[in-house]
Design a protein around this ligand. Sequence first.
Ligand code: P5A
Length: 445
Amino acid sequence: MRLSRYFLPVLKETPSDAQIVSHRLMLRAGMIRQQAAGIYSWLPLGYRVLRNIERIVHEEQQRAGHIPVLMPTVQPADLWQESGRYNAYGPEMLRIRDRHDRDMLYGPTNEEMITDIFRTHVSSYRDLPLTLYHIQWKFRDEVRPRFGVMRGREFLMKDGYTFDVSKEAALHAYNRHLVSYLRTYERMGLQAIPMRADSGPIGGDNTHEFLVLADTGESEVFYDSEITDLRFGDRDIDYDDPAQCRAVLEEFTSRYARTDETHDPEAFARIPTERQRTARGIEVGQIFYFGTKYSEPMGAMVQTADGIQVPVHMGSHGIGVSRLAGALIEANHDDRGIVWPEEVAPFPCGIVNLRQGDGNCDSVCEAIHGQLSARGLEPLYDDTDERAGAKFASMDLIGLPWRITVGPRGLKSGTVEVTSRRTGDSEEMSPEAAVARIADIYGRG
Ligand code: P5A
């Protein structure tokens, strides 16, 4: 992508209304534009990041055997009247009336709708277990939308729903989700710690939130410091094996880690003092087992192997997809801007031409651009007439993991410079070696 033809409205000034660094950087890097309180447009650079986050979430969901669907954003109120949540949900729900005076709503979550789909099409234990998920926009009329996409009113969520014939089977689905979430966040370069939490309006008493530690997080959390040493890594887990999933859950949830809603000061005090930690965290996901809370009132029944009709056991599992864009920046930035982890970066690398219009510089940049693009690694090529300092500042701000700098001085000896955004380390090499290096980093060598 040539910057001269792209749409990257970076801001020189720091926006005064943005209180946290990720919000400031998203505005300055031209990733988002606020359209109303808590409602954002995703500009090209932000949209690329959002799509990358979505892609990882999709891949990891499907790896765990979950099936993608797409439900609408607007829902009829009757489903929510059936479950009893229409009144219970309160002013956070955006209620809409259509031209026929029918009560509708912009979905804050989809337990009711998926239960309706299930009861229409499934009636036997033979069709279970089943997990359906989608990645769809939600609306919650939050009292205090703030921090940009972190607490929006309209936001993108991955929400998955599990259906099982028994509590035991449903708990396997819960454990499997916990494992797949650990893997999902780690792939994005994030450490998200499962913590015992409160279930709020979703219901049930089996729930964990996933928290990314950050000073700007909205949740206060208490944990045993040993927990931050745990890594999921590249374990090869059989998601269909309840014992393997349970073992991972036990490993990651046996130490004390709780949000303030479930904090137990006495239990916390029993951890050796030097391991007690109080911090703030960003909730990037939450999983719930709530049994028959929706299936019972909505009549979602299945026949068991013994021929008995029982309400199906359900759970729901959410990932804050748009919030993750902010959380990733909170966890990956320095005083010059964003430092994207490679998996989610909007472009794998940038090319800076230090002397636009110089035949040699231009043709080397074009060649690198073409060769990387041909390998599926489309770079962002700054082919504008800006001075070098401004080009470097913009590249640092938008945080592409790698930069290839092409200038007349280096080309005299046949080299370009490859620089890591994270470490700042630079290395000179031939243009061909630079392409090979980037391809190698991204596994396209
Ligand atoms: C689980 C999936 C649910 O809604 N029903 C379907 C369950 N859970 S949740 O915890 O309420 O939300 C899931 C995740 O969505 C993100 N999130 C938000 N992101 C941005 N702005 C908001 N206002 C917002 N509210 C929730 C969080 O990451 C949360 O964990």
